[in-house]
Design a binder for this molecule. Structure first.
Ligand code: SAH
Length: 232
């Protein structure tokens, strides 16, 4: 069982690598893939970089070249739904690209030729990741539901409100998950994603994001990953 751990930002990857005693670097597609063990489990850890294309490339290389058996994304996101606060944790049960619109040829948000706008994550892996998050971060609020992705850092209250109105089920917004979900769907690869809320995707998002990433996010990611791999 080989698990891919994918992070979007350096701070998060660094905290995961610190838990790997034997990581060896392999380069592919201009990226560094760190192959080794975490809690005795085979792991490939990688920085996917930011945005949907970067995330999709990374997921495809993990499936093709590294032959991983499951893929876990860990990162931060902006909170959208009313009860989703900075510091909370969100598990994605499905993803949608909020900036995809091929209408009138296809319904808004639908991925052309897939007949669907949402890609589900793996239910069992998501349950495991959720219990890992609850064990690693006792007392932290954990939500589970729709997460939306797009190639935009949502950092104005007006855009955040527009997204909430258009997609009332969306708990959080980020920039990679829906792309990875689609690639994992194509490869039949179990996928789960956990996001700590770093900001509310509003006019304060930029300041909140920067503070949160350096202070909290990296510790959260590593603690959740460690608890996941400690499971039998
Ligand atoms: N490193 C840059 C930009 C990071 S982009 C900086 O320091 O400003 C934000 C990253 O966090 C992306 O990987 C995205 O998935 C996630 N994210 C956090 N808050 C977000 C928001 N409000 N809108 C979109 N993505 C967000």
């Amino acid at each position: 069982m080989r698990t891919a751990i994918v992070a979007a930002m350096h701070e998060e990857l660094a905290a995961v690598l610190a838990l790997m005693p034997d990581e060896a670097r392999q380069s592919a597609a201009g990226r560094d893939f760190w192959v080794g063990h975490l809690h005795g489990r085979e792991v490939v850890a990688v920085l996917c970089r930011i945005g949907k294309v970067a995330a999709a490339t990374t997921a495809a290389v993990l499936a093709e070249r590294f032959q991983v058996d499951r893929l876990v994304f860990t990162g931060v996101a902006g909170g959208l739904a009313a009860g989703v606060h900075v510091g909370d944790v969100v598990l994605a049960d499905s993803f949608l690209q909020h900036d995809l619109d091929a209408s009138p040829l296809f319904p808004k948000y639908e991925v052309p030729l897939y007949g669907s706008s949402r890609f589900a994550t793996d239910r069992e892996l998501t349950c495991r990741l959720e219990s890992a998050a609850r064990i690693a971060l006792p007392g932290v609020a954990v939500h589970r539901g729709l997460v939306v992705s797009g190639d935009r850092f949502v950092a104005t209250t007006s855009e955040s409100r527009a997204l909430q109105a258009a997609l009332p089920q969306a708990l959080a917004v980020e920039m990679e998950g829906a792309a990875i979900a689609q690639v994992c769907h194509d490869y039949g690869l179990p996928f789960a994603a956990v996001r700590t809320i770093s900001d509310r995707a509003d006019d304060d998002a930029h300041t909140d994001f920067a503070r949160f990433v350096s202070e909290v996010a990296s510790r959260h990611s590593a603690a959740i990953v460690r608890a996941l791999l400690a499971q039998p």
